[in-house]
Design a binder for this molecule. Structure first.
Ligand code: HEM
Length: 147
């Protein structure tokens, strides 16, 4: 329907530039919760958040996140086919100390990135469409925390 169209159209150009958009998203996330930065225990010498934001390992994670979003956008008609993958992804995040509550801030950061890049095309229905999809992804990942 309309939601899927809004998501696919908006992702078309964004998805071609994953890393820069992912950096905008994670820069925002660390502004909202600087503590999350400590969960990335890479063996790089990070003097500052800015150093870390440009470290190869961190950029790899940014790319990984964007590829998951890309997969979700590509599977809008059958998101349930990603459930096992997302459950396992959730487990891995539980293991590295991520809390499910942090996903709300990740969602806010995703919307912030969309707003920055889409400008006037960032409308209330578009925002809601993305929130719906993100909610499905987070719900599936969150099952990885279930005991
Ligand atoms: C792996 C942290 C959110 C996708 C990891 C790792 C850490 C981490 C420490 C392991 C090291 C690495 O692979 O770089 C976080 C934190 C997040 C977050 C602190 C926000 C609170 C997300 C989100 C997604 C995602 C929202 C995608 C929707 C991935 C993927 C991997 C990964 C695909 C690789 C898993 C594997 O090795 O199979 N994350 N992450 N992360 N993360 Fe995240």
């Amino acid at each position: 329907g309309k939601d899927k169209e809004l998501i696919r159209n908006s992702w078309e150009s964004l998805g071609k530039n994953k890393v820069p958009h992912g950096i905008v998203m994670f820069t925002r996330l660390f502004e909202l919760d600087p503590g999350l930065f400590n969960l990335f225990r890479y063996k790089t010498n990070c003097g500052s958040t800015q150093d870390c934001l440009s470290s190869p390992e961190f950029l790899e994670h940014v790319t990984k996140v964007m590829l998951v979003i890309d997969a979700a956008v590509g599977h809008l008609d059958d998101l349930h086919s990603l459930e096992d993958f997302l459950l396992n992804l959730g487990r891995k995040h539980q293991a590295v100390g991520v809390k499910t509550q942090s996903f709300a801030l990740v969602g806010e950061s995703l919307l912030y990135m969309l707003q920055c890049s889409l400008g006037q095309a960032y409308t209330a229905p578009l925002r809601q469409a993305w929130l719906n999809m993100y909610g499905i992804v987070v719900a599936a990942m969150s099952l990885g925390w279930a005991k």
